[in-house]
Design a protein around this ligand. Structure first.
Ligand code: APR
Length: 251
C-alpha cells in the first residue's frame, strides 16, 4: 500500500519525527493477529454485554463466567502472533530508543512479544492475575489450573485487568500523560478513542502542539481533529509511515 501523503503532511510528519514520538494503540492493532476487537462488526462487545463480564460486580456475582470468558480470550491470544503493525513499532523503538514511548490499551501482550520494551499497559495484562485477598500479582502464562483460579492463600485470583468502574494505576497514568504532553509526534493506532482516560491522551498531545496521525480503516471521533487520518489497517500503513519517520530522523 502507498500512503500518498500530501507534500505538506509529509513535511509536517518529518518535522515532528525529530522530537519525542508516542504511539497509542487499541484493539485494532491486534486485529490482523486475529484477536477480536471490542466495538467493530465482529467486536467482543457485540456478543457480550460489558456489564456482564468486565466489571468488579460481575466478578463478585459470578467469577466462574467471567473467568470462562477470559480463559477463552487467553486461548485466542496464546495462538496469536504479533503482526506487521507490532513489529513496525518495535522497529521505531529500536531506532529512536528513549525518544519513543508506546502506550497501549491492549491487554494481549503482543507488543512485548514483538520485542517492544517501552510499553505502558494502561488496562493491565491478560497473562497476569491478582490475588483478591492479598492483592499481589501472579503471572499465569500457561493453561489455568482450575476455573476460577485461586491463590495459594486460598483467595480467588482475578484477571489483572482494569474493569469498567475501576481506576487505572495512577503512576502509569502520570507517565502516559507526561509522554503525551511532551510528544512532538503522536500516533493513534487502532482505537475507537471512546474510552477515557486513554482517549484524552491524543487530545492532550494536540493541545500541546504535537502532530497527530491516526491509523484506522474507519473514521473515529478523533478523525475531525487530527492532522492526518489514514484510512488503512495498521499492517498496511505502518511499514511506510515508519520508513518516513526513520528517514526523517536520520536527516
Ligand atoms: N488496523 C487498525 N485499526 C483497526 C483494524 C486494523 N487492522 N481493525 C479494526 N481497527 C479499528 C476499528 O475501526 C476501531 O476503531 O480499531 C478500533 C478498535 O476499537 P475498539 O474495538 O473500541 O477497541 P479499543 O479502542 O482498543 O477499546 C478501548 O475499551 O472495552 C474497553 O478496555 C477495553 O481497551 C479497551 C478499550
Amino acid at each position: 500500500m502507498t500512503l500518498a501523503l500530501s507534500a505538506e503532511h509529509e513535511h509536517q510528519l518529518r518535522q515532528a519525527s525529530h522530537g519525542s514520538i508516542v504511539a497509542l494503540t487499541g484493539a485494532g492493532i491486534s486485529a490482523e493477529s486475529k484477536v477480536p476487537t471490542f466495538r467493530g462488526a465482529d467486536g467482543l462487545w457485540r456478543r457480550y454485554r460489558a456489564e456482564d463480564l468486565a466489571t468488579p460486580y460481575a466478578f463478585a456475582a459470578d467469577p466462574l463466567t467471567v473467568w470462562e470468558w477470559y480463559d477463552w480470550r487467553r486461548g485466542i491470544i496464546a495462538a496469536a502472533l504479533p503482526n506487521a503493525g507490532h513489529h513496525c513499532l518495535r522497529r521505531l523503538e529500536l531506532a529512536v530508543g528513549d525518544q519513543f514511548q508506546l502506550i497501549t490499551q491492549n491487554v494481549d501482550g503482543l507488543h512485548q512479544r514483538a520485542g517492544t520494551e517501552r510499553v505502558l499497559e494502561l488496562h493491565g495484562n491478560i497473562w497476569r492475575t491478582r490475588c483478591t485477598g492479598e492483592h499481589h500479582r501472579v503471572e499465569l502464562m500457561e493453561q489455568l489450573p482450575e476455573l476460577p483460579p485461586c491463590c495459594e492463600c486460598g483467595a480467588l485470583l482475578r484477571p489483572d485487568i482494569v474493569w469498567f468502574g475501576e481506576s487505572l494505576d495512577p503512576g502509569l497514568l502520570d507517565r502516559a500523560f507526561a509522554a503525551a504532553t511532551g510528544a512532538a509526534l503522536f500516533l493513534v493506532i487502532g482505537t475507537s478513542a471512546v474510552v477515557t482516560p486513554a482517549a484524552d491522551l491524543p487530545r492532550l498531545a494536540l493541545a500541546q502542539g504535537a502532530f497527530i496521525a491516526e491509523i484506522n480503516p474507519e473514521p473515529t471521533i478523533l478523525t475531525p481533529i487530527v492532522h492526518l487520518s489514514l484510512r488503512a489497517t495498521a499492517g498496511e500503513a505502518l511499514p511506510e509511515l515508519v520508513d518516513i519517520i526513520l528517514d526523517a530522523c536520520t536527516q
